[in-house]
Design a protein around this ligand. Structure first.
Ligand SMILES: [Fe+2]
Length: 291
């Protein structure tokens, strides 16, 4: 039996290029690794190491270049390349963002927002169907980090995500830090947001570090920016515990993509996620045992 089948799917960390050699050499105790396929598609040596690691760890594939929100459509040749990598690593999950990042063949280094209206809903639903068909797997759609809204939106983000689930059978990746950050920036209640998501559709959670910056459009106010460059903040841990109580334990990624620290720091954050999740459900477990 391959080791990866015996591991739990608690917390995982991103397998980033600076850590690959260390991971191969030391095989750290961690539930799973997440990869961005785009980091491997043009790097045969890293892909070879990934292939080896996928024999020992569950892998979650998080696409950053499959742009389901692009009006110009899905790049099928990119999708095919991602499919080949997916077939190689046999991931536990495949996910991507509720955003657009390409237009007419140009790749933009950003995840750009969409209005939440009927036209965007139909466009995204068609693209999610295409991606799920192309990859041969369910796709998890991640809630974005938000800084501005569209005046033309006709529904809120929670209802929009719920409609996507209903129309496509996709699952959701709930980025808890994004919920906290967007709620702060957009002025809504993060806990109500978690309450409104369809719990049955949640397949994975993210936790990432954000930074506080001055809001240039609103002097004196703070904007939270999704930088993935630091530890998870305390309010996000509190919201994570709440999400675990509502959704149950889910594979949870510690996201850290910039100013990448030593691997031990990431493993420490993942251990904390496992602890917080265990504590969050402990009272329920005790009640169930007493029944
Ligand atoms: Fe995320």
């Amino acid at each position: 039996m391959r080791l990866k089948q015996r591991r739990s799917h608690g917390a995982g960390v991103g397998l980033r290029l600076p850590h690959i050699a260390e991971v191969v050499a030391t095989r750290p105790p961690i539930g799973w690794f997440e990869i961005h396929p785009e980091n491997f598609l043009a790097n045969p040596h890293a892909t070879e190491l990934l292939s080896e690691l996928s024999q020992h760890y569950p892998i979650s594939v998080h696409t950053v270049g499959v742009s389901i929100g692009s009006a110009s459509g899905i790049d099928r040749s990119h999708l095919k390349r991602v499919r080949a990598l997916i077939d190689m690593v046999d991931p536990i999950l495949v996910s991507g963002h509720l955003a657009w990042s390409t237009h007419a063949g140009d790749y933009l280094n950003d995840l750009l927002p969409l209005p939440y209206d009927e036209e965007a809903l139909q466009l995204l639903a068609a693209h999610i169907h295409e991606v799920q068909e192309g990859l041969g797997r369910p796709y998890l759609v991640e809630n974005p980090s938000s800084y501005v809204g569209f005046g033309t939106s006709t529904m809120n983000e929670v209802d929009f995500l719920g409609e996507l689930v209903r129309l496509t059978g996709c699952q959701l990746l709930c980025d808890v830090s994004n919920v906290h950050l967007s709620a702060h920036n957009m002025g809504y209640d993060a806990y109500q947001y978690i309450d409104g998501l369809p719990a049955d559709a949640i397949g994975e959670l993210h936790l990432g570090g954000f930074t506080y910056e001055e809001d240039e459009a609103n002097p004196g106010a703070e904007l939270l920016v999704d930088t993935h460059a630091t530890v998870v903040a305390e309010p996000a841990w509190d919201l994570y515990a709440y999400a675990i109580r509502r959704f149950g334990p889910k594979p949870t990624l510690i996201e850290w993509d910039n100013d990448i620290p030593p691997l031990a720091i990431l493993l420490g954050e993942a251990a904390r996620a496992d602890e917080v999740a265990a504590q969050a459900i402990a009272p329920e477990a005790r009640r169930a045992a007493a029944r």
